[in-house]
Design a protein around this ligand. Structure first.
Ligand SMILES: [Zn+2]
Length: 291
């Protein structure tokens, strides 16, 4: 999965200053300023940036191992202005091709290494949240960062807003050696998936599993078994993976506005066509391998 790499992710609350080796995540919409070539994402450090860009208001985000990671809003800048003048001298054609540019969130998802893609995605989620909490949703006054925790606070009415993290379930419904696979309708993601859906206020996460399976397929399930979680920061979600068993009839009634297809696949018939960075992909692969 995307978060499975060997560098420690540390998001404890603190406010260090950047140094020349700190990672610099500069965002323009959902795109991050980086080198991207041959499927490899290379994020800049502060030493790679022009003085104008280093002077932006950078916020500490988190650390990867010993390296601190900062983020800033680059909406006012174009890629031309962001790279260091020093770094742009003596570039040959290959260097120019690999030079820094704004790389979209969708493009970087299929790249490596995982730690760079993860850092860019976590930063994007934080960037999106800071952008959405500039003003208080209750009284409309400008908000500011809390001094004691990762939160936005309204100085006028004291509303405190925490980072947006939406819990959701990924559900592998099994019936002996068969697994229920689905395909979403109307999404860019065309591979096989599992039943999935967001938690609603007031229900247990087990209720979410039962409700989503029933809504999407008309099936009942039992013997829920929690598998693993995944921070799917591309959509501000925390995914909770469950395996469960079919309870009763195996007849599928498709929720057609959500899914384009759903069907039972024997362990040996499961297509080898699922994402390698997602919890969904790991769960399908695990069942296929006999797990
Ligand atoms: Zn307020």
């Amino acid at each position: 999965m995307l978060q499975d790499f060997n560098i420690r992710y540390d998001n404890a609350f603190r406010r260090p200053a950047p140094n020349k080796d700190s990672l610099a995540l500069l965002y323009h919409g959902d795109a991050v300023f980086a080198q991207a070539a041959n499927g490899c994402l290379n994020l800049p450090v502060f030493a790679d940036l022009s003085p104008d860009v280093r002077a932006l208001p950078w916020r500490y985000g988190f650390s990867l191992g010993e390296q601190t990671v900062f983020l800033a809003d680059g909406d006012e800048l174009s890629g031309e202005h962001a790279a260091s003048d020093d770094g742009r001298r003596d570039m040959n054609a290959a260097d120019r091709e690999a030079a820094l540019r704004f790389v979209s969130s969708k493009e970087l998802r299929s790249m490596g290494p995982k730690e760079a893609v993860f850092a860019a995605a976590v930063g994007e989620s934080l960037h999106r949240w800071y952008g959405a909490t500039r003003f208080c949703g209750r009284c409309g006054k400008p908000m500011r960062d809390s001094d004691t925790e990762r939160a936005r606070v309204c100085p006028a009415c004291a509303l405190t807003v925490y980072p947006k993290i939406c819990p959701a379930v990924i559900v592998a419904v099994t019936d002996g050696d068969r697994l229920l696979l689905t395909k979403y309708r109307g999404r860019a993601f065309k591979r096989y998936a599992l039943v999935a859906g967001f938690h609603e206020i007031g229900e247990t996460i087990e209720d979410t599993v039962r409700r989503e399976v029933f809504e999407e397929t008309g099936l009942r399930v039992k013997n829920l078994r929690y598998y693993k979680s995944q921070p799917w920061v591309f959509t501000d979600s925390l995914l909770l993976g469950f395996f469960c068993e079919l309870d009763g009839s195996d007849k599928i009634t498709l929720q057609e506005n959500e899914l384009s297809e759903a069907g039972w696949y024997h362990r040996t018939e499961i297509p080898d066509d699922y994402s390698s960075i997602s919890l969904t992909g790991e769960m399908i692969g695990s069942f296929r391998a006999g797990g």
